[in-house]
Design a protein around this ligand. Sequence first.
Ligand SMILES: C[S@@+](CC[C@H](N)C(=O)[O-])C[C@H]1O[C@@H](n2cnc3c(N)ncnc32)[C@H](O)[C@@H]1O
Length: 220
Amino acid sequence: MRMRKKKHAEERIAACGELLVTEPQSFSGKWREAFAARLERCVDTAALSLEIGCGKGAFILEMARREPETLFVAIECCREALLLAMEKVKDAGVPNILFLHENAADLDQIFAPEEVDRIYLNFSDPWPKARHAKRRLTAPSFLALYARILKQDGFLRQKTDNVILFESSLENYKALGWRLSDLTRDLHASPENADNIETEYEKNFSAKGFAIQAVTARKP
Ligand SMILES: C[S@@+](CC[C@H](N)C(=O)[O-])C[C@H]1O[C@@H](n2cnc3c(N)ncnc32)[C@H](O)[C@@H]1O
């Protein structure tokens, strides 16, 4: 995400310090127990959900409000977006969200095998040119990372307005044996829209008339 530099960014990030995990590798395999106090019920069975590329954070904030017993981890490589998302969550006072200023390519150093229940990919950068396909967050190299950290019955939920990204993602899921469900090429006109949480990009693109595509993929 390209964003203007924010004024006093470092002071503002420091003010949200309790939400930012700066050495996430040290929590690999221990996320639930380390942050159990942030959950409504401190249970070992709490779900652990990730959003990769959380942008300004509207989606994960509403998810965390709806599921106070789930630990949410928002991963964002753009510091300006991360700052806005953290400030939104801090103002809302929702405790069960943590933030990582990290690249998704490093996920397997941060989460242990089969530690994660769900991964959300919302409006990931589409990288529409074929020569950039490896950068898409549903490229085979990323799917291999997700398959490693997701639980056996875990799943990934993807939403996008971009047809090229969506179709290439579907090809990759199928080629690698992921099982697909709840596939729609017009989410807002589908019954599933009832409990859909719109992201910032989603609001913007649907207002411009783009159909929103979505799919759930379960690892092989
Ligand atoms: C198009 S924006 C969508 C933001 C938000 N999910 C939404 O729907 O409003 C994609 C976001 O993913 C982040 N991103 C892209 N590649 C990433 C990566 N490899 N690791 C972490 N974040 C990434 C970008 O910085 C950007 O904020």
